[in-house]
Write a protein that binds this ligand. Structure first.
Ligand code: UN1
Length: 513
């Protein structure tokens, strides 16, 4: 059997059988237990990563805080130049890294490449931004005074990322944090630690080539206890965390307890509203990619279709037909559309969702099931499934990180569809399929979708990096990536300068000595 170039990719990325999971750049050390990374693609052990102990973490923090003092004094465009070189390295390693993402995480090779492309895109964005970290100037109420604001580097940024986007989400954070003059400490998911090793190697090479100190890009590894070292540490003013709402609540409370900042990007329960004026062909592509892409493990994955009763049968038949065409198998084989789930726990959650929807009175429209036999030895391959249900079903109110798509029916005007879409605890991504301008505008209005992302004639997943990414309610409220998301990585300072020979007080207060 072909290994699809995995060995070669690991070699190119400097990923070994045994890797130190703690690193300040070129200096790697680690004294904790091992995490073993098994591929969900074929169940094989890919490599081991040594985790970070409290003492290792202390060493990282000391190096990082020292590095910050140097890094913050470099002009922002110079920091941008380093990020530009990082983006160039990513271009060189795109295929290798895309392959590792696909092999360690299980998403299709195309989506693995797409993830690395997001890294490259955010680097380009950050390079431009490094000359545009603008503050406002204001007119002072006092004569002979000038007021303006500056954005200054914040310090050490802690990044906790999830298995499903094991490389891109780190890059969204680091590329911005670096041009902002911050240094980063990253804890990748325990389920994709080798992606972390590969990224760290790429970044470290760039910092070294620029004669920059150790500690600007740092890596730590381990379970939630290692994450806790960061959330509890006062030397880390910002924690950016991506993952479950459960995890986000713990992080938010811990960080708020010391009045730190957190940037949270948590669960979604994303829906596409399909109105009588929808283009059915486009709807099918958007819905199917949204539901089965990354095997339903994107935070933006389409979980619910909210379909108008007048087009319900037509849409359901077309989507079910498309499911019939899906090829499930090794994600490195480009003939396949859908790879495995991340692990057997995820398979259990998938099975639980399918059981639960039936128990609650739902109907299976496209049968699911765990695949076995040739090529499916890892036990992580499942059939994308579709079930009909009611909006209030508990399982439908819940985010199941698997390819299970729920069908909901609405009648009357688009506002009824919007009400269903908003009646969940999460608020990440949303979409409407319609050629009707009034419906589209209603959906986008203040009385429309309550999500951070609202698309028209596009599915719920696959956002570009140029926009701010994130959502409301239990999604956590954070915004990463494009637009002005950079501001959270900096501290704002308001400066007022008096160039006269008297000292008038604001608000006209008299205080004569
Ligand atoms: C995630 O699933 O955590 O919009 C991020 C998308 C991708 C990013 C998803 N650009 O689907």
């Amino acid at each position: 059997a072909t290994d699809f170039g995995i060995k070669e990719a690991l070699k190119q990325l400097g990923v070994k059988d045994i890797n130190n999971g703690t690193s300040t750049g070129n200096n790697s050390f680690s004294n904790g237990d091992f995490i073993e990374s098994y591929s969900p693609v074929d169940g094989q052990l890919i490599g081991k990563v040594k985790t970070t102990t409290a003492a290792d973490f202390e060493k990282v923090m000391e190096t990082a805080t020292a590095a910050f003092k140097t890094w913050r004094t470099k002009p922002a465009p110079l920091r941008g130049e380093v990020v530009r070189q990082f983006g160039d390295k990513l271009r060189e390693k795109k295929e290798a890294l895309g392959k590792l993402v696909s092999y360690e995480m299980g998403k299709s090779y195309q989506e693995g490449l797409g993830e690395v492309q997001e890294m490259i895109d955010i680097c380009d964005f950050a390079v431009g931004l490094s000359r545009q970290l603008h503050g406002f100037t204001m007119h002072s109420e006092r004569p002979g005074h000038r007021m303006y604001e500056q954005y200054h580097p914040l310090g050490v940024v802690g990044i906790i990322s999830a298995f499903n986007f094991p490389v891109a989400v780190w890059a969204w954070n680091t590329a911005l944090a670096w041009i902002c003059g911050d240094v980063c400490v990253w804890k990748p998911s325990e389920k994709a630690p080798l992606c972390g090793i590969a990224c760290q190697n790429i970044a470290a090479e760039v910092f070294k080539a620029n004669d920059l100190p150790e500690g600007i890009c740092n890596l730590i590894n381990g379970d939630y206890k290692v994450g806790e070292m960061m959330t509890k540490d006062k030397r880390i003013p910002l924690i950016s965390a991506t993952g479950s709402t459960r995890m986000g609540k713990i992080v938010a409370q811990e960080v708020a307890g010391r009045l730190g900042r957190s940037l949270l990007e948590l669960g979604g329960n994303n829906a596409i509203i399909i109105t009588p004026d929808a283009d059915i062909k486009m709807t099918v592509i958007g819905a199917v990619f949204g539901a089965v892409g990354t095997c339903g493990q994107r935070c933006t994955s389409t979980r619910r279709l909210i379909i108008h009763e007048s087009v319900y049968d037509k849409v359901v038949n077309a989507v079910a037909d498309a499911y019939g065409q899906l090829r499930i198998g090794n994600p490195l084989d480009e003939n396949n559309h859908v790879g495995p789930l991340i692990d057997k726990d995820a398979v259990k959650m998938y099975q639980h969702a399918l059981k639960k929807v039936v128990e609650e009175g739902g109907k299976i429209v496209v049968e699911g099931g765990v695949l076995s036999g040739d090529g499916y030895e890892s036990g992580c391959y499942v059939k994308p499934a579709i079930a009909e249900g009611e909006p209030q079903f508990e399982i439908i109110q819940h985010e199941t990180f698997a390819p299970v798509l729920y069908l909901l029916k609405y009648s009357g005007g688009v506002e009824n569809g919007i009400a269903i879409q908003n009646e969940v605890a999460q608020g990440l991504s949303s979409a409407i399929m319609t050629n009707n301008l009034r419906e589209a505008e209603k959906f986008l209005s203040q009385a429309g979708s309550d999500c951070g992302i609202a698309n028209v004639n596009i599915g719920t997943s696959g956002a570009e990096i140029g926009g701010a990414f994130g959502g409301e309610k239990e999604t956590g409220g954070g915004r990463e990536s494009g637009s002005d998301a950079w501001k959270v990585y900096m501290r704002r300072q308001t400066n007022t300068i008096n160039y006269t020979e008297s000292l008038p007080l604001a608000q006209g207060i008299k205080f004569d000595l």
